[in-house]
Design a protein around this ligand. Sequence first.
Ligand code: FNR
Length: 343
Amino acid sequence: MSQLNRKNEHVEIAEKFFNKPKQSDYDSLAFVHQSFPEMSVNDVDIRTSFLDFHMSSPFYINAMTGGSEKTEKINAQLAQVAAATGVAIASGSQSAALKDPNVTSSFKVLRQYNPAGLIFANLGADHSVENALRAIDMLQANAIQLHVNAPQELIMPEGDRDFHHWLTSIEAVVKQVDVPVIVKEVGFGMSRNTLSLLNEIGVETVDLSGRGGTNFAAIENVRRASHSLDFLENWGQSTIISLLEAQSFLTKMNLLASGGVRNSFDIIKSLSLGAKAVGASGFFLHSILNDGVDSTIQTIENWQEELKLMMTLLGKKTIPELQETDLIISGSVRDWCLAREID
Ligand code: FNR
C-alpha cells in the first residue's frame, strides 16, 4: 500500500464514519446555571495564550492530511479557512514528504494560503531531530506536533512493532529544535502516567486527543485485509477523562484537548477543565468536504460568538477564569474519577 493511497483512505474512511452515532463523555459534564451573570457579552475575551503563542480563538484545526493530490486540495481549503478566521492549523503527518519530494506541495499549501498564520508541523514520535527540522522548515512552522499512536500502528499490518525508542526520540527533538514541541495522541487519550513521563523528559505542551470522535482503530480495521481487531475500537481514554487525568499537571504543562469535539459547547467544557485550546479534526474535514470553505468559515465565526454567549452565562470574562466554573460529572466518567481518586 503506497503512502498516497493510505492518506486518501484515511480521509475517505474517517468521513464515512463521521456520522456514526458515538457515545460522548462530553455529555457526562454539566454546568450549574446561575441566574445573575453580572457582566455583559462585550466583557468577554476569548483569546488564549500558551508558550509564546497568542491565539484569537481558543480552538484550532487539528492534524489531518497531505501526501496526495486529493489531500492537497483539502489542505489548501483548510488553510484558507485558517487564514480567514485566524485560527491555528496543524498539518497532517509530513513523513510522506520527507520520503518523496513530489508530495511536499500538498503540505506547503498550508503556508502558501495562510502566510501569516500559526501553523504546527506534524510527525510521528519515532522521527530523528533532522527530520523534525525538515518538517518545520517545509512549513515555516511555529511549533511541531509529534504524534503517538501505538494502537493504530499495531492494527496496521505495516505499522511499527517496537516502541522502545519513542520517549528517547521525543526527548532529543525537544532538546534540539528551536520551536515548541507538542506531543499529541491521535484519538486514544492520555493518562497521568503518560503525562508524568512526558513531563520528566521536558515536554511542556501536550494535545491529549482522546477517544470519542475519529477512531483510528476502526479506520485501520477497515483497511486490514486479514481479521479485524474490532475489540480495540473502544480502547483508550475519552477527551474528558484525559482532561480529568491531567488535573495534577495543570500548572506544570500546557494542556491542549481534542478528540470528538462536535460544537462550541464541547469546547467550553474542555476549557473549563483546564485546556488552553481545543482542536477538532473530523468535524472540520466533514465541513470542508460537504459544505466548503465559506460555510466552514461561518461555522467558526458562529463558534466564536457562541463561546462569548456561554461565557456570559457562566459569568466568566476570560479563558483562564473558566477553570473556576462549577461542573457536575455523572455516569461512567464519575466512576472513573472515583476509581482513579481524582477530585
Ligand atoms: C487524523 N489525525 C492525525 N493526527 C496526527 O497527529 N497526524 C496525522 O497525520 C493525522 N491524520 C489524520 C487523518 C484524518 C483523516 C483524521 C480525521 C485525523 C488525528 C487527529 O489529529 C485527531 O487526533 C483525531 O482525529 C481526534 O480528533 P477528532 O477527529 O475526533 O476531532
